[in-house]
Design a protein around this ligand. Structure first.
Ligand code: COA
Length: 174
């Protein structure tokens, strides 16, 4: 990763949320109005991408929270010998890059960082079956599939990447 880039928790005293525009109103509004409340209440963490030279300007963000899934939401190959319900998982609840920064691999960078955090959580904190996401449309679903996410059903906009795949991507025990 470029050493000038920083990924850290949203801090409303330092980061300018109002200037952020990814082209999707709902995502902009989540960052501007809700993300900080969720962070303070401890129900979802929003991480932002900034450049150290302009460290108040949010280039992109993602949000992680926990959820429970049923075994039917885990591809059969990865669900063997697991309980039928109440399986712990992580949700990539939001991912967005500012319009001025799209197409420059920052979405990839944030997605890989999110997966790295999940790998570290599995190894150091608590196990989960995988990382789940609801894509906004088929094009964005294709973006996630590029990184190993599996649609839960044919043409589904709900996808997951199994624990086994994530740990395989980060074998260094971080
Ligand atoms: C979707 C989004 C996060 C992608 O981030 P990005 O920084 O523009 O994407 P990257 O430059 O990291 O692209 C990485 C790869 O994914 C591909 N890709 C990017 N956006 C894509 C899309 N919408 N559909 C399919 N593939 C896509 C790129 O072509 C690139 O492929 P390559 O490895 O073959 O070169 C970003 O465009 C965005 O924030 N869009 C608006 C908000 C949104 O839709 N968020 C997702 C909500 S589910």
């Amino acid at each position: 990763m470029n050493r000038d880039l920083i990924i850290c928790l949203l801090d409303t005293d330092r980061h300018d949320r109002d200037a952020f525009d990814c082209g999707e109103l709902a995502l902009n509004e989540y960052l501007q109005k809700t993300a900080s409340q969720h962070l303070k209440k401890g129900v979802a963490n929003t991480y932002i991408l900034v450049n150290s030279a302009e460290s108040n300007r949010i280039m992109g963000f993602f949000t992680l929270s926990f959820l429970e899934v049923d075994l039917s939401e885990v591809p059969a190959k990865y669900g063997k010998k697991l309980p039928r319900s109440h399986l712990p998982a992580v949700k990539l609840a939001r991912l967005a890059i500012d319009k001025s920064c799209q197409g420059k691999n920052y979405g990839r960078l944030l997605l890989v960082d999110a997966m790295h955090r999940v790998a570290a959580a599995i190894r150091n904190t608590a196990g989960v079956v995988g990382l789940f996401v609801d894509a906004k449309n088929q094009s964005v679903a294709a973006f996630y599939e590029k990184f190993g996410f599996i649609p839960l059903r044919d043409n589904s906009l709900s996808l997951m990447i199994p624990q086994q795949t994530i740990l395989g991507l980060f074998p260094d025990k971080t």
